[in-house]
Design a protein around this ligand. Structure first.
Ligand code: ADP
Ligand code: MG
Ligand code: MG
Length: 894
């Protein structure tokens, strides 16, 4: 086996790192005996060395020569042979699919001599000159870096001179003429001739593909999809087959199931008499596969057989590029296909029912991110709406935004916080930035496999394509349809599940999957408008049920009110992992906090606490009643007290103004003094959490007593409240010991007063590095730990979450310091290591130490995998993330 170059017959589907996705797919199909034109793959390793050294490794040239000779032998045809030339395509292909982001050059090997050979061999002179024209154009643009307009302007002129509007109406002589014009453009723009040597064309095309790894749009795509910049691309060199050799030829894209809806049965687009990119570019509207079946039943049958074999082999939905050359089918690409969220769930369950995969595999075929897409609201069909047109449903969702007609405007307006829908005749890879910035994408041309559709599906962006009724004028920035005109900035709504386009905004309603989660399977099935929706809801139910049965992590919710608690419970939460008590000090209760702060004596302060006690007790009764039988972790007051007092500046101004008018309120003056006294330069690291509890005597006691009394009351009612008392921001075991002793004393007292035995667990948050590092000591006093990974991230990195995201994170992501915000996905190397240490040391002292995580990371898929791996008992996240966490916890366990 060679070093930098592998024949298609040498690789397989598992060699993606080295051969890229396309190379691995071509190799696998070759192994399966499917009709793949012969060829070879240059590895990503060669690309990485090229990027490192600025030149290709010298051995590569030799290996390419040998591979080309093998290819010539296989094809019985020679590269550069004037009589019967071999032509090749030079195709990019990275480990992860990046649709249309990098370059491919077709028809390499054509020159002033071989063009005659091609004409003779195919018996089609026009075709030969058209291929040559395409080569000079594609090569000039991608390899020589000449602006595409140079060529398209020349093409337009040629058409004008002939008085025709489409390039298919140009004759052989026109095309021959055009080739000279194109070669002239190359000469003018680069100061050299279009290379006539096929080998030079090949070598230049190979380095051009390497270079296309680093174009701006490829980098942008990778950032969006979180693909690393140092993987590099492979290069596939593949013997050309021709779909543009008349009506018995053609090219197409096929899916083994519908990637938009998941409907079973093959799906695809076909274009007769067309080459390569004509389908994906969306420049001509395509026909379905039925067209191929009608035109050429035999080629169609071969395609069906190949599709079935691929699906059986990959045991998943595959997508395929194929070409028919004068009735003979050729397979040009395959991979496990990208699909929408509904398709992912339905296909996974279909494959289980067809006994192709197990349920364990099925839950790994869907993601939490896809589940959350299914929870987005949908347009309400009973709401008022004005239908403008209907296109093809390419990527689901309900998007409402202002129409914009180019990618730059989309990005600029989105940066101003506007929702925009990007409207294009068709999209191309340079529109990527605009697609990312938009809530939805709408095109007039192209099928479900066009660039717009593929990219939007990959990103989960709502998309409608091929709405032919739209007359889009990007220069005038408007579209006309059905006698109406939509100008830039007018609001439109697009439905990616039906393909409908509406003028103005349309009311939304909960999606069928959220109905299922909130109200159960029966309700959702009863309300489902069609079989597909029913199938989807059932698929989600089966997958979540299986995830629940295999996961080890329990899922709790962060809930502060009885309403949140009730919602969380319906969504499957197995307890509350974080009940914040801050809101219990807000509103009318602020005056009581003020009295606590202003109290001159212990008695005065106690009076304020006494007034707070009954209201807090009622708060806890409400939440604990809702969570009957399930644990609820109640965090004692965490934020600095001054957050409950008036703002320093505002109050200073008020007092100063009052003074100048000579009408000072003495209460304001005392308050101002207190606010000033409590003002902190760095409140996040100031008097908060357990520090507050120790510095203001009676504060935590009040909260603990309220919890105990609420518990006793519910016990007396025959319920099973399970509160847990959690102490925030602990850094030293002594802090925890003091609070715990106080808690035990209160439990005793309330037990005696009420006759109910109270034994509430007391534990602490781990949100300071010191807490993690002294976990063995903390565990002597704590019955549980809850990792507060938001604060732990702030304190470990020294980042203030409220400030950095806008200030410099964008730059830090761009220059690679951060791959993703550590507040979104837990930083495993740093913060994660602290978590690991705390888990190990804590459990070494107290083997039954109960461990969980609260905070944003509890709902993040990647972080959940990590928490599973380090052995936590549960994650806690916001109620609406609970289903996602259930699924991800299941996926982590299989
Ligand atoms: P992409 O990754 O953008 O799909 P490809 O390398 O697959 O780029 O090629 C672009 C287009 O050219 C595809 O439609 C493909 O089917 C077609 N193509 C590539 N190689 C050949 C070939 N050897 N013969 C005919 N068509 C080809
Ligand atoms: Mg392709
Ligand atoms: Mg915290």
């Amino acid at each position: 086996m060679a070093g930098y170059v592998w024949d298609f017959s040498e690789g397989d589907k598992d060699a993606k790192d080295l051969l890229g996705g396309k190379g691995a797919g071509l190799a696998e199909m070759t192994r399966l005996g499917l009709p793949v034109p012969p060829g070879f793959t240059i590895t990503t390793q060669a690309c990485r060395e090229y990027m490192r050294d600025g030149e290709v490794p010298p051995e590569l040239r030799v290996e390419v020569t040998m591979a080309m000779r093998r290819l010539e032998d296989a094809m019985h045809r020679h590269f550069g042979d004037p009589a019967d030339p071999l032509l090749v395509s030079v195709r990019s292909g990275a480990k992860f699919s990046m649709p249309g982001m990098m370059e491919t050059v077709l028809d390499v090997g054509l020159n002033d001599l071989t063009v005659h050979g091609l004409a003779a061999f195919t018996g089609d002179e026009r075709f030969a000159w058209d291929s040559y024209r395409r080569l000079v154009q594609m090569f000039g643009r991608t390899v020589l870096g000449i602006a595409g307009e140079e060529f398209s302007d020349a093409l337009d002129k040629a058409k004008a001179a002939r008085g025709v509007s489409s390039d298919v109406d140009l004759g052989t002589d026109d095309l021959r003429e055009l080739v000279s014009t194109y070669k002239e453009i190359v000469r003018e723009q680069t100061g050299r001739e279009f290379p006539q040597s096929p080998r030079e064309q090949l070598d230049l095309a190979i380095t051009a593909v390497f270079n296309s790894w680093n174009t701006e749009r490829a980098r942008l795509y990778r950032r969006q999809e979180r693909i690393s910049d140092d993987l590099g691309t492979a290069v596939n060199v593949c013997a050309m087959v021709f779909g543009n050799l008349g009506p018995t030829s053609g090219t197409g894209v096929a899916f083994t199931r519908d990637p938009a809806t998941g409907r079973s049965g093959v799906y695809g687009d076909y274009l007769a008499n067309a080459q390569g990119e004509d389908v994906v570019a969306g420049i001509r509207n395509t026909s379905g596969l039925a067209e191929l079946e009608r035109l050429d039943p035999e080629a169609y049958a071969d395609l069906r057989t190949a599709m079935r074999r691929l699906e059986t082999h990959y045991r998943d939905l595959c997508d395929i590029e194929f070409t028919v050359e004068r009735g003979k089918l050729w397979m040009l690409q395959t991979r496990v296909g990208k699909r929408t969220a509904p398709a992912a769930f339905r296909v996974a369950v279909q494959l289980v029912d067809e006994h192709l995969i197990t349920m364990d595999e099925a839950i790994d075929r869907v993601t939490g991110a896809q589940l959350s897409q299914l929870l987005f609201p949908q347009f309400d069909p009973s709401g008022a709406r004005e239908l403008l047109a209907k296109g093809m449903a390419a990527s689901p969702g309900a998007a409402v935004g202002m129409a914009v007609f180019d990618a730059e405007t989309a990005q600029a307006w989105a940066a101003d916080g506007k929702d925009v829908v990007l409207v294009r005749r068709e999209t191309n890879p340079d529109d990527l930035g605009g697609m990312i910035a938009s809530v939805g994408v709408l095109t007039a041309r192209g099928g479900k496999t066009s660039h717009a559709a593929v990219v939007a599906r990959g990103m989960g962006r709502t998309c409608v394509v091929g709405a032919e009724a739209l007359d889009i004028d990007p220069v005038a920035r408007r579209l006309k349809v059905a006698g109406r005109t939509v100008h830039e900035g007018d609001v439109i709504a697009i439905d990616g599940s039906t393909g409908e386009i509406f003028l103005g905004s349309v009311p939304v309603r909960p999606s069928p999957v959220s109905r299922y989660l909130e109200d159960g399977l029966e309700v959702a099935i009863a309300e489902a408008p069609d079989d597909e929706t029913r199938e989807l809801v059932v698929a989600v139910d089966r997958i979540l049920t299986h995830a629940d049965s295999v996961r080890r992590l329990r899922v709790r919710a962060n809930a502060d009110t009885p309403e949140d608690a009730e919602r969380a419970r319906r969504l499957g939460a197995q307890g509350i992992g974080l009940c914040r008590t801050e809101h219990m000090f807000l509103g009318e209760r602020r005056v009581l906090v003020e009295r606590v702060v202003l109290a001159q004596t212990d008695d005065e302060r106690q009076e304020a606490f006494d007034a707070l006690l009954p209201v807090q007790r009622e708060d806890f009764v409400g939440i604990l009643r809702e969570m009957d039988g399930l644990p609820a972790t109640i965090r004692l007051l965490d934020p600095p007290l001054h957050e409950f007092l008036p703002d320093l500046t505002e109050l200073s101004v008020k007092v100063a103004l009052a003074e100048s008018r000579g009408e000072v309120d003495p209460h304001d003056v005392t308050l101002l003094a207190a606010v000033r006294r409590m003002h902190e330069a760095n409140p996040m690291l100031g008097l908060r959490g357990v520090r507050l509890g120790l510095v203001i005597p009676g504060l935590f006691a009040l909260q603990i007593r309220a919890v105990c009394e609420a518990t006793a009351r519910l016990l007396a009612d025959g319920l099973a409240p399970r509160p847990e008392i959690m102490v925030p921001l602990v850094g030293s075991v002594q802090e925890l010991r003091l609070v715990r002793e106080e808690a035990l004393a209160i439990m005793d007292a309330v037990s005696q007063e009420t006759g109910q035995r109270l034994d509430l667990p007391v534990g602490c948050m781990i949100e300071l590095p010191r807490a993690a590092l002294t976990a063995d000591r903390l565990a002597t006093e704590a019955q549980f730990f809850s990792f507060g990974t938001n604060d732990l991230t702030q304190t470990t990195w020294g980042f203030s979450r409220d400030d950095v995201e806008g200030a410099f994170f964008a730059q830090y992501t761009a220059n690679g310091v951060l791959a993703v915000s550590p507040f979104e996905t837990v930083d495993q190397r740093g913060v994660g290591r602290l978590v690991k240490i705390a888990v190990e040391e804590g459990r070494s002292v107290r083997p039954d130490l109960h461990l969980g995580v609260c905070g944003e990371h509890g709902g993040d898929p990647e972080s959940i995998r990590f928490f599973h791996a380090v052995g936590l008992d549960y994650v806690s996240c916001s109620p609406f993330r609970v289903p996602v966490a259930r699924l991800e916890a299941g996926r982590a366990a299989v």
